[in-house]
Write a protein that binds this ligand. Structure first.
Ligand SMILES: *Cc1c(COP(=O)(O)O)cnc(C)c1O
Length: 361
């Protein structure tokens, strides 16, 4: 018996995550590897989140509050916006899926800068909609180029700010001009997974646009700056009308009891957040100094990761780095066959990264 898949499902290339440390140990027997491939927080989870999760464990026999009342209340207080503007997700990946399911019909077009986060394409295709890819210019999203690709079938635009994998940002001025020119019924999804790390004050923040037209949706996650990638929790900020549509289609218990408790505590952990941001900025400054000295070509960033032009096949460089116990990300599948992406680690991890790069390049 053969199972027939719709063409649009067959067209999907599965997401390839960064290589886990355990897998490296299992496959190559390499111990004490460091992973700088998934933009995770090397400081570990927020300590306050860990305490809250431990305390919540005794309630695990209960279903969570599906709407996440307490966490939403914390978010509402933090952003000074009514609770109706928030939707929780099992990571922001879940929110991307809910948005595409709630808004798209087969044949609809969605504008996606390329390269960018690969989950946009996967979710758009899953909905039977058509991804319209718009190449970056000098590693940055060009909003004018996005506008040129708008048709009567365009329903949604994804903007990753800062963009993964290039680390570039969108300025407030260019975003304003873009929104004025965009047909008002197109939903603009701004993915701000790395916003906490941005140093450039020109960078636009989507939440400032939620109370006026057109529909701008902002996605935030606890996976990066808050160190909770394994917990799986993120949220979207959007007009209540759209939030209500999302509440209809989400799984009834899409965020777990532990995730809600951990995230609610993490928001209040300013100390941890500050320490994380400081470590990332110091790490970038150190790495850029050392790479410049070594004559290795890298690209500036507003995030906790950046691109390096290895000047040779990125998959080969990835393998060679792996054998030295340093996990990086090859950018071959993103269309940059000689680039790798790395994120900042602990000071000693950054040192190992530099040593390994010098050896391999
Ligand atoms: C890491 C990342 C996310 C976060 O995904 P979660 O599902 O919240 O872990 C979202 N968008 C981008 C661009 C990312 O790099």
């Amino acid at each position: 018996m053969t199972i027939s898949l719709p063409d649009y499902i067959q067209s999907i290339t599965p997401y390839k995550p960064g290589k886990p440390i355990e897998e490296l140990a299992r496959e190559l027997g390499i111990q004490h590897a460091i992973k700088l491939a998934s933009n995770e927080n090397p400081l570990g989870p927020s300590p306050r989140a860990m305490d809250a999760i431990t305390a919540a464990v005794s309630n695990l026999h209960r279903y969570p509050d599906g709407a996440g009342h307490d966490l939403v209340a914390r978010l509402s207080e933090y952003w000074k916006l009514a609770p109706e503007y928030f939707v929780l997700g099992n990571g922001s990946d879940d929110l991307i899926g809910m948005l595409t399911r709630a808004l798209l019909q087969p044949g609809d077009e969605v504008i996606i800068p390329a390269p960018s986060f690969l989950m946009y394409e996967i979710n758009v295709r899953s909905a039977g909609a058509i991804p319209v890819f718009v190449p970056l210019r000098a590693l940055a999203i060009d909003l004018n180029d996005l506008l040129k690709n708008v048709t009567t079938r365009t329903r949604m635009v994804f903007i990753c700010n800062p963009n993964n994998p290039t680390g570039t940002i969108i300025s407030g001025k260019s975003f304003d001009t873009f929104l004025q020119a965009l047909p008002q019924d197109i939903v603009v999804v701004v993915d701000e997974a790395y916003m906490e790390f941005v140093r450039d004050s020109d960078c636009v923040r989507g939440i400032a646009y939620v109370q006026k037209p057109p529909p701008v949706v902002t996605l935030r996650t606890f996976s990066k700056a808050y160190g909770l990638a394994g917990l799986r929790i993120g949220y979207g900020v959007m007009k209540p009308e759209l939030a209500e549509a999302m509440q209809r289609i989400r799984q009834p218990f899409n965020t777990s009891l532990l995730a809600q408790a951990g995230a609610a505590a993490a928001i209040g952990d300013e100390e941890f957040l500050k320490r994380t941001i400081r470590m990332v900025h110091e790490g970038l400054d150190y790495l850029f100094t050392e790479l410049s000295r070594a004559g290795i070509r890298y690209f500036p960033t507003q995030s906790n990761f950046f691109l390096i032009d290895a000047g040779k096949d990125a998959d080969t460089v990835f393998d060679a780095m792996l054998r030295l116990g340093v996990i990086v990300r090859s950018m071959t599948s993103y269309g940059y066959p000689t680039y790798i992406r790395v994120n900042t680690g602990l000071p000693e991890e950054n040192k190992r990264l530099v040593q390994a790069l010098k050896q391999v390049l």
